[in-house]
Structures are given as structure tokens and as C-alpha cells.
Design a protein around this ligand. Structure first.
Ligand SMILES: [Fe+2]
Length: 439
């Protein structure tokens, strides 16, 4: 019996070797001496900002923000095929509006930049699913292009770009430069915050987060124990955005620590809207996928959240809590609302669960969220056209969720690369999509 189990284990490992243990090589790279990959993040609160950058040199460095000089030391970060020194400066108590800055390492000074601090009365955030692109010819690039085009309208300026993980394709310098290039400078203006995904980790038995991650993204100092640099929450007076790490959950104690921290953070949010970002979803959107430990650990706790946004499945689904009224033969919806979203050009086969009220496949989406006067408006837009695919409103006062009654027809399509495939999952897809259309 034991021999059979060992044989089965070896067979599974051989079949899954590529998926579990194989890492594409990182090409050798040289980092420039002048400040490079400049990026703005959140500091200790919503009116604090960090400015981070890298250089090949470790020299006296500083940022000048609104005329104030902030000194910083470099940290050497070594990846598989190169190294760089990363710098970070932070400034607090910033007023809402535009602030000017530049950074300098040694004698090499950056251009002048500005970053934006949003007013809590008119919060707008863009939330992305997986980007995970291999080159810059991508929906994400096109979306950033449209944001740049509209930047003249200050009232439309987002408070942040937030990501549900798999920002990059693999932990290589090439992948990071693809993401920075696609942003086209928006990362110097709009703070970037991200949950970490599996594509930011080197595969292996001891899967490690890319060493550049905590130097590129900054978090307030309020993380879960053991998850420094990958968890935290950002507090606005009306919004608490919580970033969870679902990738580094290995031991049972990891799950316990993460769940306890999440429960505390959501319980203490008081009257703020709570939005949770996580890479692996509680309710999987893709065929053949499920995250039973994530479901078992976080499902109950996440009932305290208003909106939970996950990625990983390269699909869109929305699932709000359903309230049924038998006598009136009607339904209404309330929080929490679970969204799985994708901003990638890579697409998976939809699971097509009857519990998902809205499904979208073979498209790339961005969540366009605004918060004001106790109302959160969520518009799921197709990234390349900006057209609204899903739309609903959450009222904080009574947790009611009101779904738009003028949504376009649902598009649930089989991704192109499965068109000539005839297997169990493709057949199941056709059967379920037919059944959904008939209902
Ligand atoms: Fe993923």
C-alpha cells in the first residue's frame, strides 16, 4: 500500500513538474546608474506617500518632495541574474492635490515629477485582476494610454491603482520592465498597491517571493505577523482597503495568523467601506480550479467585508449575497459581494456556476470604483473599450446591493485556444453555457 502511494506521488510529481517546479530563466540585466523604476506608494496612512526607485550604485540618495529633502539609504537586492540598489523616501501629512518631487542618487537627478493625493470626499480607484503580460502589446497598456489621455480632468484622477496579484508574468527583470513600461509613467503619479500572486514567486518546494517585490510596493506598517511586505491595509476616512497574501499560506499556522488578522482588520473598520484584495478567490471562476483551504479559512470572515476582489482565474464573476422573500417571490442582494476579475489577455474556461449572478469570459476588465456619501459604485469596464460590462451600487447604511438593470448581454465564450479541443471540461462548458442561456 505504501509503495503504491509513493508510486502515485512520484507519478503526480513527474506529470506536474513543469507547473510546480520549473522556473523560466532570468536573462542577465544591468540597471542604469540614474534613478530608474520610480514608483509612488502609500506610506503609513492615506495622506502619506512613499517614492521608491532603483540604481546600480549605492550612493548618498534623497528625494525632494514639495521642497523638503528626505535622505534615504539603499538596499542591495540580488535576483537570479542581476542586482540593484533600491531606495525609498516617505513624506507624511500631505494635503489633497498634486505634489511635486524629484529623486537623486549621487550626482544623478531624476526629472521633475508630480504625484496625486486624492480627497476622501471623492475617492476613485481602479482595481485590476492579473496583468501577467509577456509584452507591452496588451489591454493593460491600452488602458494606461486611455488614462493618460484623460489626465487633464483632475476630478477623474484615481486615488490608486490596486492589483489582485500576478502583476508580472514571472519573477524576472524583463517581466518587471514590461509592467513599468506599460504603465507609461502613471506609477510616478498615482500610488500603486498590490496583493501578491503566484507569478511573483519562484516555484519550488520552498517557494520564495521575488526579492524586488517589497522594494517596489510599499504598505503601511500594519501587516499580519509573518507577512511583512505582502499584507496591510490602507485607511481613508470612508474606506479601508485590505491586502491579503493567499500565496504564502503553507502551514496551518499561516492560515490561522492570516484569518485572525483579517478578522481583526475587518471588525475594527467601523463605518468605513471595506474592500479586500486577494489573489486566490473564495469562489473559483475557472473550470478545474478550486481553493478549498482559502474557502474554508476566509469565507466566514469575509462576510464582514463589503467587497472582495480576487484574480488568478482569468475570468470575471460577480456573486452578491442573495436574500429571498418567498411570500413576495422576489430577491434582493446584500454584502458581501465577491468579484473575480482579470485584466490579462490570457483567458481560461469559465466554470459557469449558477451561484454567480454575472459571468464574463475572453475579455479583459478593470474595476472602476468610486466612494462618496456612504455609497460605493462599482463599474466593471472592458479595458480596451471602456464600456461597462457590470455595474452595481453598495449602500453602507443597510448593506444593500443594487444591481443595474441595464447591463449588456452576458458574453460567456470559450477561449480561442480551446476551440479545437474536445475534452471533459470543454464539453462541460458547452452544456453549462447552454443551460445558462435557457434559464
Ligand atoms: Fe495566479
Amino acid at each position: 500500500m505504501i509503495m503504491l502511494l509513493i508510486a502515485a506521488l512520484i507519478t503526480v510529481c513527474v506529470l506536474r513538474w513543469e507547473a510546480w517546479f520549473s522556473n523560466p530563466a532570468e536573462n542577465t540585466y544591468i540597471v542604469p546608474a540614474e534613478p530608474d523604476n520610480i514608483i509612488v506608494g502609500f506610506g503609513r496612512n492615506c495622506f502619506s506617500r512613499t517614492v521608491s526607485w532603483r540604481s546600480c550604485k549605492q550612493l548618498p540618495s534623497f528625494a525632494v518632495i514639495d521642497g523638503d529633502t528626505i535622505l534615504t539609504d539603499g538596499s542591495k537586492v540580488v535576483s537570479r541574474a542581476g542586482e540593484a540598489f533600491y531606495y525609498r523616501a516617505e513624506k507624511d501629512s500631505l494635503s489633497a492635490g498634486v505634489h511635486s518631487y524629484f529623486v537623486q542618487t549621487g550626482e544623478l537627478r531624476s526629472e521633475d515629477y508630480t504625484f496625486y493625493v486624492s480627497d476622501d470626499d471623492s475617492l476613485r480607484l481602479f482595481v485590476f485582476g492579473d496583468i501577467q503580460e509577456k509584452d507591452t502589446l496588451s489591454p493593460f497598456y491600452e488602458f494606461c494610454d486611455s488614462v493618460i489621455y484623460n489626465l487633464c480632468r483632475l476630478q477623474d484622477m484615481p486615488a490608486m491603482f490596486a492589483y489582485c496579484g500576478d502583476v508580472i508574468d514571472r519573477p524576472t527583470d524583463y517581466a518587471w520592465q514590461t509592467w513599468f513600461t506599460s504603465l507609461r509613467g502613471l506609477q510616478t503619479l498615482i500610488p500603486q498597491v498590490a496583493a501578491v500572486g503566484n507569478h511573483e514567486y519562484l516555484k519550488g518546494i520552498n517557494s520564495d517571493c521575488d526579492p524586488r517585490w517589497p522594494y517596489i510596493f510599499s504598505y503601511p506598517d500594519n501587516n499580519a505577523e509573518r507577512f511583512s511586505g505582502t499584507t496591510g491595509y490602507i485607511d481613508y476616512p470612508t474606506l479601508r482597503l485590505v491586502v491579503l497574501n493567499t500565496q504564502e499560506l503553507f502551514w496551518l499556522s499561516d492560515y490561522t495568523i492570516a484569518q485572525t488578522w483579517l478578522n481583526k482588520v475587518l471588525s475594527e473598520a467601523e463605518k468605513k467601506f471595506t474592500v479586500v484584495l486577494m489573489h486566490h478567490s473564495v469562489f473559483s471562476a475557472a473550470m478545474k480550479r478550486s481553493n478549498p483551504l482559502i474557502y474554508a479559512t476566509f469565507r466566514h470572515t469575509l462576510k464582514k467585508a463589503d467587497l472582495v476582489i480576487a484574480g488568478h482565474d482569468h475570468l470575471y464573476t460577480r456573486r452578491a449575497k442573495v436574500n429571498t422573500y418567498l411570500l413576495e417571490d422576489s430577491v434582493s442582494y446584500s454584502t458581501p459581494v465577491f468579484i473575480v476579475t482579470s485584466s490579462s489577455s490570457k483567458h481560461y474556461i469559465p466554470r459557469i456556476s449558477a451561484d454567480d449572478q454575472r459571468i464574463g469570459s475572453t475579455a479583459s476588465f478593470v474595476e472602476d470604483i468610486t466612494v462618496s456619501n456612504g455609497v460605493m459604485k462599482i463599474k466593471t469596464r472592458e479595458m480596451t473599450t471602456g464600456s461597462v460590462y457590470d455595474e452595481f451600487v453598495i449602500y453602507k447604511e443597510n448593506n444593500e446591493v443594487l444591481i443595474s438593470d441595464s447591463l449588456p448581454e452576458e458574453h460567456i465564450l470559450l477561449p480561442e485556444r480551446y476551440k479545437d479541443v474536445n475534452n471533459l471540461y470543454v464539453r462541460r462548458f458547452y452544456n453549462r453555457s447552454k443551460a445558462r442561456q435557457e434559464n
